[in-house]
Write a new protein. Structure first.
Length: 481
């Protein structure tokens, strides 16, 4: 699994479908109403989460994907709250088309022990008009040349009409962009030409009109679905029975469910399609992408409500590579944490010593998130000379990422971290006491964004060079002896 996780790269993914607002009233039930034999729910607090297609988008963006959401939104208060949640998550919302339709809202009353007492739905599931369809399609076509993969998250709330879906799939195929479908419509013809279609067991039965109670019935229904909509792959999620994948040649791949205590299946399908998207966009085989999605689904069902699953959780990674950023990841981090104070520092960090630790700890206290830039092997050799670095770049990244006070690490090969600073735009730039304020690279970028540069004191007598010299001297003495 770790090998698969390391192959995931930041990609540009469009999620098209109905977005929803999940509202959670958390409280307690302590008595029965005197007015009727129903429980009295005492509301204590409220929480909001993006749901529907928006939950798929969140699962992508928390794993450093660049995500654009294409959907319809309203002018009501819940639509405003939902858009704010998307903006805060770092999801691009320029694909939202405003209409008079109120936000689709699901309100859950949650009592002690995360027990769901009641769910209240508010929605308008009528089909969108032709003008709205055309506006959505124009945005879709505009973004096709800058998109690595498309996910259609169809919740049957009126946005993904048959006409619009067919036009989207056709345009994506012309642009050589794969389309994955999370299908809920009973009209399988609607999805013809997609790359992969993912129903669950019940949805497969509705799509095909066939019985899916047995595994043999599932296989027959999947074959029939493939005949109707001609995808490269059909993936059926089977809850506790795992998943079943079939390719267009009729080859099968079955997976057992990842063993977890099932707490809440809400959002599990969103997690699966998101991980499939990340994997396929990163050029994993579909079989490997399904294996990854299966692991993520096992994590999702152990959580309460709609929530995202990180790559770290999916693989239980111990090398902390979820902290690794590239240039796209830096820009997304700045967008995602616009309300947080981001601190940046950089160095070779060749042989880690107490001076490094004290310096990094001090830097971490200057803000909310610490990003450490690390010179590549080639740039270290250029700066320090032949024989350096002692430790390779991958080892140095992993050692730094292992510290709890370092939130993210980024490798750079240039002579200076100027381009990294330009992408990240940190609020605080930290350098050691051997630097003068006017000589700090990136000072202009930070100050232009109302940030500050901080020079911290160095720990006397602690450096990689002195450690190397000491090792060399000891080696010479032992040789002489």
């Amino acid at each position: 699994m770790e090998k698969l996780l390391h192959q995931i790269r930041p990609k540009k993914i469009m999620v098209a479908g109905e977005i929803m607002l999940d509202v959670y009233y958390k409280g307690a039930v302590k008595r029965i109403s005197p007015e009727a034999p129903v429980p009295v729910f005492l509301k204590q607090n409220i929480a909001y989460r993006p749901g529907g297609a928006a939950n798929t988008a969140v699962n992508l963006v928390v794993n450093q994907m660049e995500v654009c959401i294409l959907s319809v939104t309203g002018r009501d208060e819940n639509s405003r709250i939902l858009k704010k949640l998307l903006d805060q998550a770092g999801i691009q919302t320029d694909g939202l088309v405003e209409t008079d339709r109120p936000a689709c809202t699901k309100t859950r009353l949650i009592a002690a022990g995360s027990q769901q007492v009641l769910r209240i739905d508010e929605e308008d599931d009528s089909l969108i008009d032709e003008d709205t369809q055309e506006r959505l399609f124009r945005i879709f076509k505009t973004k096709m040349n800058d998109t690595d993969l498309v996910i259609l998250s169809d919740y049957m709330k009126g946005m993904l009409t048959e006409e619009l879906v067919k036009k989207m799939i056709s345009a994506a195929r012309q642009a050589d962009v794969k389309v994955l479908v999370d299908a809920k419509d009973t009209n399988a013809e609607k999805y013809k030409g997609c790359y992969l279609i993912k129903p669950n067991r019940q949805e497969l039965a509705l799509l095909t009109g066939m019985q899916t109670d047995s595994m043999d019935g599932v296989r027959k229904a999947m074959k029939h679905l493939a005949e109707i909509c001609s995808p490269e792959y059909v993936l059926t999620t089977l809850g506790p029975d795992g998943m079943m994948l079939m390719d267009k040649s009729g080859n099968w791949h079955e997976l057992k469910a990842v063993t977890q205590e099932v707490f809440d299946v809400t959002g599990a399908g969103d997690t699966v399609i998101a991980y499939l998207g990340m994997g396929i966009a990163s050029h994993l085989t579909v079989k490997d992408a399904v294996n990854l999605a299966n692991a993520a689904a096992g994590i999702q069902v152990s959580k309460a409500g709609t929530s995202a699953v990180t790559l770290e959780e999916a693989g239980n990674r111990r090398d902390h590579s979820e902290k690794y950023l590239n240039r796209t990841g830096l820009e997304m981090l700045r967008t995602r944490y616009r309300d947080k104070k981001i601190v940046f520092t950089n160095g070779c960090f060749d042989i880690l010593h107490v001076g490094h630790i004290r310096y990094l700890k001090q830097a971490s206290l200057l803000g909310d998130i610490l990003v450490a830039g690390v010179n590549s092997d080639k740039s270290v050799e250029k700066l320090k000379g032949a024989g350096r670095p002692v430790n390779g770049e991958h080892d140095r990244l992993e050692m730094l990422a292992a510290y709890s006070f370092v939130d993210y690490v980024v490798l750079f090969g240039e002579d200076t971290p100027y381009e990294v600073i330009q992408a990240l735009k940190p609020d605080v730039l930290v350098k050691g006491g051997d630097y003068k304020l006017d000589d700090v690279i990136g000072k202009d970028i930070v100050e232009a964004n109302n940030g500050k540069v901080v020079i911290t004191a160095l720990t006397d007598g602690k450096s990689t060079s002195s450690i190397i010299d000491k090792i060399g001297q000891k080696g010479s003495r032992e040789k002489d002896e």
